[in-house]
Design a protein around this ligand. Structure first.
Ligand code: SF4
Length: 386
């Protein structure tokens, strides 16, 4: 299978914020902008602790139409998220989103990261060709990376971040719906965040899990798929069965229509642009029948972070200012490109997330990146994320 040309050595970079190369689905742009305008006109009425950030976000949106690159803009995916929100949550959302988009560019942090990814389990039933699950150094039991998060640990994380973080994603190295406690986890996190998302390959969807997902009503539910025909799907998503996944997603749609007609979750199929055998229009048409959005993320060589040759990228990595990962055993890791956790910055079983985020290990990593010295760190030295 021929991959799209993408070599770390040519200094081709991967920018997470711009990694969605396509997204299909409708948004109510003018309605959303009117709501934000109203908020801007009444800026004095929003809580003082995030008024300045929201004011800057609104100013970027309305006052600088010929925006420079760093200015805050509303991407289609963000507009869709705002569409679901009640007016009373708009300021909170903009406060989060501005920090998510702009703080990495300004190299600024505050008490908590804009986004936290929680890993209910590191175990996955698939071995996708572009994924680190193909690396036995990750999956073999003797390396100690495989496991499932306890419900108590999950609750501890949620309690720490509720009210401080708006973007929470249940996913990292494994398939979240394989976690033993996934249903109570969903229930516990439900309605506590404004950008609550779960990613799944949909192979473990069943009636019980579908009801749990629909009751918990995450803001976004992402089904990962990159093909519209069974052969290519099985080639990319090794161990995957497209017919099974489609029938699970149809069941999800049926249950949603019948029992949860008011459910506001954005359902997205998201695939990786990886092979010339993929026909994106067909994929979009195929999956668009079952979901609200279809998106493709650019390929980043996730599966070979430690083997990549050192590159000459000197720009800092946005993840260090944007998000953090908490893995099933409580390890706090700055990213999942480093899936073997060589850069671990703490453990939430022993430390508070806010302390780790503002602590010396993170500070040292950020310093090296800020001073164009990421080449001194593995796997940052071969990573293309900026
Ligand atoms: S390996 Fe380094 S550069 Fe790559 S995503 Fe992780 S922290 Fe960023």
């Amino acid at each position: 299978m021929q991959k799209y040309q993408q070599s770390a050595n040519t200094e081709q970079v991967y920018n997470k914020a711009n990694s969605f190369t396509d997204i299909a689905g409708s948004t109510n742009n003018s309605g959303t902008l009117k709501r934000i305008r109203h908020l801007y006109d009444n800026i004095g009425s929003i809580p003082s602790n995030f008024r300045a950030v929201v004011k800057q976000a609104c100013s970027d949106i309305f006052n600088k139409p010929n925006h420079e690159e760093r200015l805050f803009t509303l991407q289609k995916m963000v507009l869709a998220e705002i569409d679901q929100l009640e007016d009373k949550n708009l300021a909170r959302y903009l406060n989060y989103r501005y920090r998510y988009d702009i703080y990495p560019q300004d190299k600024k942090i505050d008490d908590f990261p804009p986004c936290v990814q929680i890993e209910p389990t590191s175990i996955c039933n698939y071995r996708c060709v572009f994924c680190y699950q193909t690396d036995k150094n990750l999956t073999q039991g003797k390396h100690g990376h495989m496991g499932m998060m306890s419900l108590d640990l999950f609750k501890n994380i949620i309690d720490q971040i509720e009210g401080n973080v708006e973007a929470v994603t249940l996913a990292s190295r494994g398939e979240p719906l394989m976690a033993k406690s996934i249903i109570p986890m969903l229930m516990y996190a439900s309605k506590k965040f404004l950008a609550f998302k779960i990613n799944t390959n949909a192979s473990f969807l069943n009636e019980e899990k579908i009801h749990a997902l629909l009751s918990a009503e995450p803001n976004t539910l992402v089904f990962s798929a990159d093909a519209a025909d069974s052969d290519l799907y099985a080639k990319l998503r090794v161990n995957g069965d497209l017919d099974k996944v489609v029938s699970n997603i149809k069941l999800f749609s049926d249950i949603r229509q019948k029992h949860y007609p008011q459910n506001k979750t954005i359902v997205r199929v998201s695939g990786v642009r990886y092979s010339k055998e993929q026909h994106f229009e067909d994929i979009e048409k195929f999956w668009g029948r079952y979901t609200d959005q279809v998106a493709f993320v650019s390929y980043n060589p996730w599966e070979s972070a430690y083997d990549a040759q050192t590159n000459n990228i000197q720009d800092h990595c946005s993840d260090l200012w944007r998000r953090t990962f908490v893995w099933w055993d409580g390890t706090i890791n700055p990213c999942d490109v480093d899936y073997r956790s060589t850069l671990a910055v703490g453990n939430i079983r022993r430390e508070l997330l806010t302390d780790v985020w503002q602590g010396s290990k993170y500070h040292n990593l950020r310093n090296l990146h800020s001073n164009k010295r990421r080449c001194e760190i593995t796997p940052c030295n071969g990573c293309i994320l900026v």
